[in-house]
Design a binder for this molecule. Structure first.
Ligand SMILES: [Ca+2]
Ligand SMILES: [Ca+2]
Length: 350
């Protein structure tokens, strides 16, 4: 049985097999996409806030979290230092090198390049995510060495969150700002705690009210996240004018957070990767061409392997168009015994 998303070229001496294209089941491609997300296949260009345009910590901000550049880049995956370790919903980031604080009267304006896009394939409609420094409260008692007794379990409540008022605004030019409907925003501080092994471009299902995590162990929380990395989602469809009329927005390049009261500690802002329908792929063993119907905003790379362990990209990543593409293995001297897969990568620039 082949691993998902792979197809073996039959031995060319077998005329029956070699003349019939191999149709991969759709679930195989889905599984491949999931594998991609888990293995960090998202390429490392700017899918996060790229520049701080303005930061005011707020009046009477006495926290140590006031170094603006720490909001740029991806959310924390690991907390460094003696008391550090992997960032999980039970062990959130807490260092001044990770988090930025805003209190009442403060604001933060960030630029995104590439811009945030309001694409129909964005999961749950969310177009960008904000990650914070909150964590799930663990209710286990501690032993004499400050270790939890039993398997750590949360009651589903968040710590490090206080009542917060303010607004989220977006802009295409950094001058004119549009406010996102405050009634749609789930609470600026109520972010799902960060899971450092998760996909920071995949929103958590917001049908999961945080209290739904009551009674869960860390392993159960991670499973409920369904490969997502946490954070709270925002939808450009929430943009509205002063009278509450919706303003259609295809993309924005600036986000501004204004806090009126309370205090929030934020880790990062990320773009949501749009989700493409599972592409159909076919392998023509005679010509060593794989036909894939890719989608816009994704690129597709053919990879080959002789052992299903080491995979080599064959050729360049090709942008999806919604119509069939042919990706060919033009290498010479390599005959039977090759496995192929197509790796899909979200393309934030197209
Ligand atoms: Ca949207
Ligand atoms: Ca950070």
């Amino acid at each position: 049985m082949l691993p998902p998303g792979t197809a073996e070229v039959p031995d060319n001496r077998d005329p029956v097999k070699s003349n019939s294209p191999i149709q991969l089941p759709k679930f195989a491609v889905l599984a491949l996409l999931a594998l991609l997300a888990l293995s960090g296949g998202v390429r490392a260009h700017a899918q996060f806030a790229t520049r701080v345009l303005h930061y005011h910590p707020g009046t009477n901000n006495t926290t140590v979290y006031t170094n603006p550049p720490v909001i740029l880049g991806e959310p924390s995956r690991v907390t460094p230092g003696e008391w550090g370790g992997p960032v999980t919903p039970f062990y959130p980031a807490y260092l001044p090198s990770q988090l930025l604080s805003i209190t009442g009267g403060g604001s933060l304006t960030l630029e995104f390049d590439p811009p945030i896009r309001n694409l129909p394939g964005n999961r749950f409609g969310f177009d960008f995510l904000i990650f914070g420094g909150t964590g799930f409260m663990v209710t286990n008692d501690l032993d004499a060495d400050w270790n939890y007794i039993g398997i750590p379990t949360t009651d589903g409540s968040l710590f490090g969150v206080e009542p917060l008022t303010g607004r989220v605004q977006v802009s295409t030019n950094g001058v004119d700002f549009i406010t996102l409907d405050p009634k749609r925003i789930p609470g600026l501080g109520d972010v799902f705690p960060t899971e450092g092994t998760g996909d920071f471009h995949r929103p958590v299902d917001h049908a999961f009210n945080p209290t739904r995590f009551a009674g869960m162990t860390l392993e159960q929380v991670q499973k409920a996240y369904d490969s997502a990395g946490g954070g709270v989602g925002f939808d450009l469809d929430w943009a509205q004018d002063a009278s509450g009329n919706p303003i259609p927005l295809a993309s924005v390049s600036v986000v501004r957070l204004e806090i009126d009261s309370g205090e929030v500690e934020l880790d990062a802002f990320t773009l949501v990767a749009t989700e493409a329908p599972a592409p159909e792929i076919r392998l023509d063993p005679q010509t060593r061409e794989v036909e894939v119907t890719g989608q816009p905003h994704w690129t597709y790379t053919l990879e080959a392997s002789a052992n299903l362990v080491t995979w080599t990209p064959i050729g360049e990543a090709v942008p999806g168009t919604g119509t069939p593409l042919r990706l060919a293995d033009a290498r010479t001297g390599i005959l039977a015994g090759q496995f192929y897969r197509v790796v899909a990568t979200p393309d934030f620039r197209r």
